[in-house]
Design a protein around this ligand. Structure first.
Ligand SMILES: Cc1cc2nc3c(=O)[nH]c(=O)nc-3n(C[C@H](O)[C@H](O)[C@H](O)COP(=O)(O)OP(=O)(O)OC[C@H]3O[C@@H](n4cnc5c(N)ncnc54)[C@H](O)[C@@H]3O)c2cc1C
Length: 520
């Protein structure tokens, strides 16, 4: 079809990046307002452009962007379609955020079954990454609580449940948006008596101590997580603050707070926002070591039964808008991996390498996963998972992470694609050994390979890049950003951090329940 006869499509050309603000690329954004408009996307594009969905842009790397393609902004698909708050389930549009669900459901005594470290993710994004929370050891990941979903694919719509089409359901769970666009989903909810948490905190002197404490007693708590001081070395390597808790019952509250309505009130506000991108190097070995020292000492050695709000227990970072700008114009990567139980030495190796090379991680979080769910690309698997936020900049970072990837793969571990911006493609299959099985299901619903993203092309997730690899005109807004679908094999730590006016020009970013897209 010549450009003259092509149907007009309501898109806006824009530069997009993930939460880590590395490797932006230019795409046409198509904001859909209703489920039927998603069918229009496929019909009007006729398979000639790569398509991928985007939620609130909280994946760290390049999963929700597509250089030269069409990125479908799903955040307006945010209606409640059906609910049974006696049985405890809700059917919502895929663009509904977990923040909106909490605001709606907590006052009625229900909570989401799995919450990540931010509330600003959509249900579609939660399914595509099969997200996990601090309760994975107890409750598994998000898709274990999804009973059905409606999926728009280039070939048509599918109504999918784990019973009706298990292959497609589980290929979509953790499939990073590459099987189609989730339109709506039904999610089972967790009953709660209050919107408060009953929390135990304790310090662990080193990594072995932390792991021993988690292994011994995590099963007593629904939620468990350890913050690790990854700048500590020698005998203090891996010293941590362990925080574990459960939803507080009415009886756990002081008598004056036991009014059920008051007890279930959900207060969560953004207290401050980072107004501009910080200068490079603000978060460095010195500043992070000083912060970590303070944080470790501030934590109680042992405290039992403290009451905390849901927001401060689950989403402390959401209190500061645009905190990702603190990492400066080059952004940051989150390195999250899982290794099986028995491979504790690999976690130690990672911490030793980071601390000895003085690679600063402001945030390092250790959790224990329970058994994974059946998704071939779902990240969680039984074992230890460590997540580290690392500023892009030090030349040593890329080679160091490449080495750590090999250490992880050698013991049967993997990195989390929703956080990734820099993995080498040759390791993907070793990390996700059921990739071929996943590709076969995807081939069934998208034989022409229309669903694609920068992540998919960088790693060859769906196999070789296809006919959608065409040059597109450079966007006026994006000089220096990637305007073609070709260059996506360069990664965040290997130099693909070119961006237009990074750090110098104004950056407008919608946060909170906004679109999560960026305009520069
Ligand atoms: C501060 C912070 C803390 C986090 N903590 C955790 C954590 O504890 N556990 C965890 O698992 N993750 C965590 N994450 C990652 C986050 O939960 C996932 O990346 C999630 O996918 C983001 O959802 P989103 O709506 O922003 O999706 P986006 O980032 O916009 O997209 C992510 C992926 O989902 C796909 N997608 C989005 N919507 C749809 C749809 N409707 N249909 C099909 N595919 C779709 C996209 O194509 C893309 O592949 C955290 C992220 C941040 C920023």
């Amino acid at each position: 079809m010549s450009p003259r006869t092509a149907p007009a499509i309501p898109t806006r050309r824009q530069s997009l990046s993930g939460w880590g603000r590395t490797a932006p690329s230019v795409a046409d954004i198509w904001r859909v307002g209703a489920e039927s408009e998603v069918d229009d996307v496929f019909a009007k594009l006729g398979g000639k452009r790569a398509v991928v969905a985007r939620g609130l842009g909280r994946s760290y790397g390049d999963a929700a962007q597509s250089a030269g393609g069409v990125v479908v902004d799903t955040t307006a698909l945010d209606r409640v379609l059906e609910a049974d708050l006696t049985e405890g389930w809700i059917r919502v549009g895929a663009g509904t955020s977990l923040d909106a669900l909490m605001r709606m459901l907590l006052p009625k005594g229900w909570f989401v079954p799995v919450s990540p470290g931010t509330r600003y993710v959509t249900v579609g994004g939660a399914i595509a990454a099969d997200i996990h929370g601090k309760n994975h050891h107890r409750d598994g990941s998000f898709c274990s609580h999804v009973t059905r979903l409606s999926l728009a694919t280039p070939g048509g719509r599918h109504e999918v449940s784990p019973g009706s089409d298990p292959d497609l359901f589980w290929a979509t769970a953790g499939g990073m948006g590459l099987t189609g666009i989730v339109l709506d989903a039904t999610v089972r909810l967790l009953p709660v008596e209050t919107s408060r948490m009953r929390v135990d905190t304790e310090r662990a002197g080193d990594l072995d101590d932390c792991m021993a404490r988690m292994s011994a007693r995590d099963h007593e708590y629904r939620y468990s997580v350890a913050w690790v001081d990854c700048m500590a070395r020698g005998a203090r390597l891996g010293r941590s603050v362990l925080t574990r808790g459960d939803h507080a019952a009415l009886d756990d509250l002081p008598a004056r707070d036991r009014d059920p309505e008051l007890a279930r009130r959900f207060d969560a506000t953004v207290r401050a926002s980072v107004p501009f991108t910080a200068p490079p190097g603000l978060l460095n070995a010195v500043s992070v070591s000083a912060f970590n020292e303070l944080w470790f000492r501030k934590a109680p050695r042992l405290r039992r039964g403290a009451l905390e709000s849901i927001a401060s227990f689950f989403h402390p970072l959401d209190g500061v808008g645009d905190w990702n700008r603190l990492y400066g114009p080059r952004g940051f990567v989150q390195y999250q991996f899982v290794v099986p139980f028995g491979a504790e030495a690999t976690v130690r190796t990672v911490l030793e390498r980071l601390s000895s090379q003085r690679v600063a991680s402001f945030l390092a979080v250790l959790k224990r996963f329970g058994a994974g769910d059946p998704g071939p690309l779902s990240f969680p698997a039984e074992g230890w998972t460590l997540a580290l936020d690392l500023p892009v900049g030090p030349a040593a970072l890329g080679p160091l992470l490449d080495d750590l990837d090999r250490a992880v793969v050698d013991v049967g571990g993997r990195v989390y694609l929703a956080k990734d911006a820099r993995l080498r493609p040759e390791l993907l299959e070793a990390m996700y050994p059921r990739l071929a099985e996943w590709r076969a299901v995807r081939e069934r619903v998208d034989p022409a390979g229309v669903m694609s993203s920068d992540l998919a092309r960088r790693l060859g997730v769906a196999g070789r890049a296809r006919s959608t690899r065409r040059r597109t005109p450079r966007a006026g807004t994006g000089s220096g950003t990637r305007g073609t679908t070709r260059s996506t094999t360069r990664s965040a730590t290997r130099g693909a951090t070119r961006r237009s006016g990074a750090g110098t020009g104004p950056t407008r970013r919608a946060t909170g329940t906004g679109s999560g897209t960026e305009e520069r």
